[in-house]
Design a protein around this ligand. Sequence first.
Ligand SMILES: [Zn+2]
Length: 282
Amino acid sequence: MESSFPTEQVYDSDMDQRPQTPPAETVQPTDGSPYPPFPGVEPYDTVRSIDDERAHRLHVCALGYRIFGSMRWGQLGDGHISARDPEWTDHFWLLDWGIPFGQATADRLVLVGPGGRVRDRSGDYTGAVNTAGYNIHAPLLEARPDAVSAAHTHTPYGTPWSANVSPFLAISQESCAFVFDQGLFDDEEVEVLSYDGGKRIAAATGSAKLCILRNHGLLTVGHSVEEAVGWFVMAERVAEVHVKAPNAIPISDEAAAVAASTLGDPHAGWRLFQWLGAGLDS
Ligand SMILES: [Zn+2]
C-alpha cells in the first residue's frame, strides 16, 4: 500500500540540512524485507521454541480479537479467530464463549481439540466454544496444513457483498491482493451447524487466502494469525468498495497482477496486522 511503503525519506523544508543518506536505523530491516522493523515487534520470520511460539500465537490471537472489537465487530458473538497450537497441531485456540472481543486476552483463550472438546489453559475440560467456530475452523485447518489461523466475523460490507454471490473484482488497489486468490462458498448452510458444512467451506477455499461465504460473510486464512487478521480487515475494506461502487470498472488482469505481486504475499498480510495492532497491544 503506497501510503505505508517507505520509498522515500521525507525531510523538512530546510534543504541545506538534508542528509545525504537516511539514518541507518530507519532503513535496516531485520527480516529480509524492504521495510524497516515495527517498533517493539519481533521480525516477520522469527523462529521460536514451541513454548515461545505458543505464547506468541496466543498473544496475537487475543490482539486480533481486540482489533475486531475496536471496529465494533463481533458484538453479537458472531465470529472467531483461530490459532493452531504449534505442538498439538490438530488443536487450535479460540476465545472462550461469552467474552467480548474487546476484552480478549491470552488467558481467556481455550484449546479446542478433535470432536470439539474444549480445555482451558490449565488443561481442564471446560465449557464449549461457539459451535460454528468449531465447525468452520477445525476442518479448514485440517485441510490446510500450511495454515496457522483463520478469521471470520459478520461485517458491515462483507456480509452484504456476500449476498451478491460474486467474487471480488480488481476495482481498487487492495482488491488486487484477492482477485487471483479467493474462493466462493455458494452454499445455503449459512449457520454452519454441521462439520460437513465446514468441510465444504474448506473445499471452496482451496489454497486461497479468502473465501466469500454466500449470504454470510468473509473468511480469511493465514500462515500466521497476523496474516489471517490482516487479510480479513483488508478484505472488509475491499467489500466496502464493491458495495459502494456497484458500477465500478475493473483494471486489467495484467495491471492487477502487478499490484498483487506486492500486496498479496504473506508478509504484506503480516504488516497489515502490525498497523492494526499498534495502540491496542498492551
Ligand atoms: Zn459466521
